[in-house]
Ligand binder design. Structure first.
Ligand code: ADP
Ligand code: ZN
Ligand code: MG
Length: 549
């Protein structure tokens, strides 16, 4: 098969996502009072409503409707004041009612969008970026310095309920193929679920991955779900088709299931794009079908040929009245909106002078936000809660002294670097670590970045101190002292070293003066050796150049 890059030279990939999120932070199910609890004893949270026993009547969960309206407002959707529930009929043992209660053509949230900042390696998948200048806009993207921003339309977010869980026994990896029998757990049946559907606006697997990641950050900020891709509380189906570059008509799509991690989402889409290209280039045809991504075999396999909407006999739910939302309800929900990742990134740029790149990457993960913000609090004494209250106009922010402002200016950027490089690498290598409980307290983090910013230690030494703080549970200052690591930035002391080195190499000094200025590096190297690696290289460079100039 061709590589993704080769395929995307000739073909345009068109991707749309359908993302299901269980509202796990709610207490009860969508249409009954059964408790929501992951991992409970099977079939202990069930009642006549979620089992669909005759005569049982559903009542919508108002807190769930608040959550979906929050999701809609946070993703720039129009909130529809009049919508209805429908029955989507299907017969499968995971749904005892034999239908799923969902929404029809009009959902609570319609016509939203998110803007994705795509940069670095991720931007490399987008075809034709090299021919654009920063500021240029084509199709749904705008070129930036480090990549581009993609505008992604959201068709709708609708309210529905989850099905129960099937457990297949005797088959391969719990799959139905080869199973001897199946068990069903209805605890999950009736869990409030929101489904977000995007427009077919995504063009690369990286864009799809970033969309999912951004949406997850937003939903976590809203606290409407624990958004666990492993436990299945956030699930994504990818729809993909190809068309020749320059063509406008959409191709036939396939739908990919089992994209249950960010890596699977990316790799599954990448594989499917390459597979479709091969089929089409060999003169074959793509069938509208549902395929399963198998991460261990790295391929997709057909699950079923696509059913059409008609098969579901969608009709208005006779047991639920059309739902009306008042302006007051919507405004009350709007009041609850927290600071969202994009707003956070804008604030980081505005208040701390960070680049768009640093700010966008800091807000990508909860732990990076947490670490960076606790460091900022350490410098300013202002807590994230105080910032939030100030943004809501509830209380003014305490004024920073001139000295604090100076320190903030000096330390924000190195703190961002520490978070995005060392801390991220550490958390990636130890995914279960809780930074708040680690020896790297905010106080120590700031001590460390201050040592670096003040040129007391080099960036190489800072990496050593970082590791030592974690390993030995000591303060950076103590580690630097103990290991005699201090970078020598005392001009007088360094000057003496420079004089010594120059005196020891009169021939090289002559050559340098004769035009061989490349020897500067040699002199710096000799001085570093003389200071056992502790001389401040920047300062040494300047001193040597001055003495020889
Ligand atoms: P279906 O009827 O199969 O459910 P929808 O029109 O409801 O299809 O779209 C489902 C998802 O597939 C949406 O995210 C949409 O953007 C995407 N989609 C629709 N048509 C295409 C296509 N030709 N190629 C890729 N994605 C598509
Ligand atoms: Zn129930
Ligand atoms: Mg559809």
């Amino acid at each position: 098969m061709k590589t993704l890059e080769e395929v995307l030279n000739d073909w345009e990939a068109v991707i749309g996502l359908e993302i299901h999120t269980e509202l796990t932070t709610l207490k009860t199910k969508m249409f009954c009072g059964c408790k929501l609890e992951f991992g409970a004893e099977p079939n202990t949270h069930v009642c006549p409503v979620c089992l669909g026993l005759p005569g049982a009547l559903p009542v919508p969960n108002k807190a769930a409707i608040q959550s979906i309206v929050l999701a809609g407002l946070a993703t720039n959707c129009d909130i529809e004041k009049h919508s209805m529930f429908y029955r989507k009929n299907y017969m499968y043992p995971d749904m005892a009612k034999n239908f799923q209660t969902t929404q029809g053509p009009v959902a609570f949230c319609m016509r939203g969008h998110l803007d994705l900042a795509v940069d670095g390696k991720a931007a490399g998948e987008r075809h034709g970026l090299d021919s654009l200048e920063p500021g240029d806009a084509v199709e749904n993207i705008e070129r930036t310095d480090d990549g581009y921003v993609a505008h992604v339309g959201i068709t709708r977010i609708h309210m529905e309920e989850d099905a129960g869980k099937m457990i297949h026994i005797g088959g391969d990896e719990g799959r139905i193929a080869g199973a001897t029998h199946s068990l069903v757990d209805y605890n999950r049946a009736g869990t409030p679920l929101i489904e977000l559907v995007t427009e077919p606006d995504l063009r690369t697997p990286e864009e799809a991955r970033l969309f999912m990641q951004k949406l997850r950050q937003i939903f976590l900020a809203l606290n409407i779900s624990d958004c666990s891709m492993e436990e299945g509380s956030m699930r994504c189906d990818g729809n993909i088709s190809l068309r020749r570059r320059g063509a406008t008509k959409l191709g036939v799509k396939t739908e990919l299931k089992n994209l249950n991690s960010f890596k699977s989402l990316h790799d599954g889409l990448q594989y499917e794009i390459c597979r479709q290209a091969q089929v089409l280039e060999e003169g074959g045809q793509i069938y509208q079908e549902t395929r399963h991504w198998d991460p261990s075999q790295k391929r997709t396999i057909v699950m079923r040929v696509k059913e059409t909407a008609d098969d579901y006999r969608l009709f208005p739910e006779p047991d639920l009245a059309p739902y009306d939302l008042t302006d007051e309800f919507i405004e009350n929900v709007r009041e609850k909106l927290p600071e969202l990742p994009d707003q956070k990134a804008a604030r980081y740029q505005r208040d701390f002078g960070l680049s768009a790149y640093d700010a966008n990457h800091l807000v990508e993960h909860r732990f990076t936000v947490g670490f960076f913000e606790s460091g900022i609090t350490e410098i300013t004494g202002i807590t994230p809660e105080q910032v939030r209250a100030a943004e809501k106009g509830e209380a003014a922010l305490p004024k920073l002294s001139k000295e604090t402002r100076k320190r903030l200016e000096k330390l924000a950027k190195p703190l961002a670097n520490l978070t995005l490089n060392d801390v991220s690498a550490y958390v990636n290598a130890n995914p279960d670590v809780d930074l708040a409980q680690s020896p790297l307290t905010p106080k120590r983090a700031i001590e460390l970045v201050e040592l670096l910013a003040d040129d007391v230690i080099s960036s190489k030494q800072a990496k050593e101190v970082f590791q030592a703080v974690l390993d030995e549970d000591k303060d950076p200052n103590a580690i630097v002292e103990e290991r005699g690591m201090k970078q020598v930035s005392d001009t007088g002391a360094l000057e003496a070293v420079v004089d010594e080195v120059l005196a020891a190499h009169p021939d090289k000094v002559e050559q340098y003066r004769g035009g061989k200025t490349g020897l500067l590096g040699f002199f710096v190297g000799q001085c570093m050796k003389a200071t056992r690696g502790q001389g401040n290289p920047k300062l040494l460079n300047q001193l040597i150049a001055k003495k020889l100039g």
